[in-house]
Design a binder for this molecule. Structure first.
Ligand code: G3P
Length: 215
């Protein structure tokens, strides 16, 4: 499973990239708003740190402006994947952008049906928001499992990119469900490294190492 970081904070991205496990980054308007930066500048900063797919979201709601915005954003860098929200206009845009060779990450996916339609329209990725589904009392992981199973059954090349990940266990569940990618907030990524038994084990080894001569 590929791991993307779900943040627009460049320091978090630098810290994560240093681990050697980060394959890409996803951003969205809320994540960028937190940073108070110039959109294009920040996306290019991220492209310079992580050599992988960098998702940058379009906000236009009408087709022609959305297509123009997506083409502009896609032209920023070869690794940029444009994020387009699921919907009727979104599907029309995905179809057109895919025909132009522009990779699209269809965001705000909340059902396997939405994922299937986005895949058929030519999306490179679909992003089911598992945390928000769970918040609504639904089974976010079921949408991951169903989408993966449908894409596999019909050999659809679109990748399931699990989003709205809220905790370390979500990452394990996404991997077990066959998600191609999980996009992970910085806090969760670093939480994945930790385990109290690891800490305890290191403490004991260091203590016992004092009992023999160092190399
Ligand atoms: O990539 C989508 C993600 O940032 C949304 O997460 O926690 O706002 O549902 P959340």
């Amino acid at each position: 499973m590929r791991i993307f970081m779900d943040t627009a904070n460049i320091e978090e991205i630098r810290r994560g990239a240093a681990l050697g496990v980060v394959d890409g980054v996803t951003t969205n308007p809320s994540l960028l708003a937190r940073e108070g930066v110039q959109y294009r500048d920040r996306v290019l900063e991220i492209c310079a740190v992580v050599n992988g797919p960098i998702s940058a979201e379009c906000i236009s709601t009408e087709l022609e402006p959305l297509l123009a915005e997506a083409r502009r954003i896609a032209a920023w860098h070869e690794n940029v994947v444009v994020k387009v929200p699921m919907g009727e206009v979104g599907l029309q845009a995905i179809k057109q952008l895919a025909s132009e060779g522009i990779k699209v990450n269809t965001t705000l996916i909340f059902s396997a049906n939405q994922a299937l339609l986005a895949a058929k329209a030519g999306a490179a990725y679909v992003s089911p928001f598992i945390g928000r589904l769970n918040d609504a009392g639904q089974d976010g992981m079921a949408v991951i499992r169903e989408s993966v199973r449908i894409f596999d059954a019909f050999h659809l090349p679109t990748q399931v990119l699990a989003a709205s990940v809220r905790g370390a266990r979500d990452v394990t569940e996404c991997a077990l469900a066959g998600a191609h990618v999980a996009t992970i907030p910085s806090a969760v990524l670093f939480q994945m490294i930790q385990h109290p038994l690891t800490d305890k084990g290191i403490e004991i080894f260091l203590r016992d190492a004092q009992k023999y001569s160092p190399v």
